[in-house]
Design a protein around this ligand. Sequence first.
Ligand SMILES: Cc1ncc(C[n+]2csc(CCOP(=O)(O)OP(=O)(O)O)c2C)c(N)n1
Ligand code: SF4
Length: 285
Amino acid sequence: MKLDESEVESEVENTWCIGCGNFGLLNSVKNAVKKLEDEGIGKDRLLISAGIGCHGKIFDYLNLSGLYSLHGRESVTIQGMKFANPNLKVMAFGGDGDAYGEGLAHLIFAAKRNADITMIIHNNGNYALTTGQKSPTSVQGFKGPSSPEGSVDEPINPLKVLLSSDAGFIARGYPGKMQHLTEVIVEAGDHQGFSLVDVLQPCVTFNDTYEKYNELVEVLDEPAETRKEAVELVEKEERLPIGVLYKEKMPVFNEKVYPEKNPVEDRMDEKERFEAVKKILDEKR
Ligand SMILES: Cc1ncc(C[n+]2csc(CCOP(=O)(O)OP(=O)(O)O)c2C)c(N)n1
Ligand code: SF4
């Protein structure tokens, strides 16, 4: 039986500001979920998580199973899900303040160990839910409650950081090109290993970037062939390439740790567990 729209979207009232880039992102995710289902990754195998922020509300708007996480910890939550049950496809939604600020160390190590997870980052260049403070990706000069005179910092380049941390799949999308964003999310979901889609998400209330992105965004036909070329792509400022920027297949973390095992399906019953623990304790005496 195929999913229809009503089965992917929940009935929770949507409270995002009218015109927010998150709407296009949500639609792309809903379409991507249906496409992934066509490929055999049904809703029963897809688990999601989200951080805290305007982006995190997507968890409520999707009718999918999962666990709402803590600020910046959604990448860790889905790593746990995947590690416990390798049959799952796991996807998490983060914000730039959330995943590239508080959660950055988690993200770096998830990329480094090639955890088989998909991260979708709503990169709106500010901490929107808490009323527009500057975030790690805010541009120099950004004015908000914590930088009323304009931020003096240069923004970090999270994709450069992740490419330098051995990330095997890095992509960028734009909700103004919804069909393209859908395809990028599907390709990220299909990738075996760490995948991250940085979504250039306009925040109409605190950082309206529609005009800038409509002018600068450029669809890339093919990913870069080398990691070095990918770094050059993400360093570009005069144009903003979107699409899959880099893709490399590498051994995934859970298969390196236990190639055959599924801890959830191969779970010992209580008696077996008790005896196994007792045996270890007896051997130590
Ligand atoms: C550990 C922790 N620190 C801080 C907060 C407060 N907080 C909640 S939402 C938020 C901003 C989120 O910004 P971002 O991740 O960029 O998401 P956006 O709202 O822009 O989608 C902050 C700082 C929190 N809930 N938990
Ligand atoms: S504050 Fe910004 S990110 Fe949050 S819902 Fe409104 S437009 Fe979207």
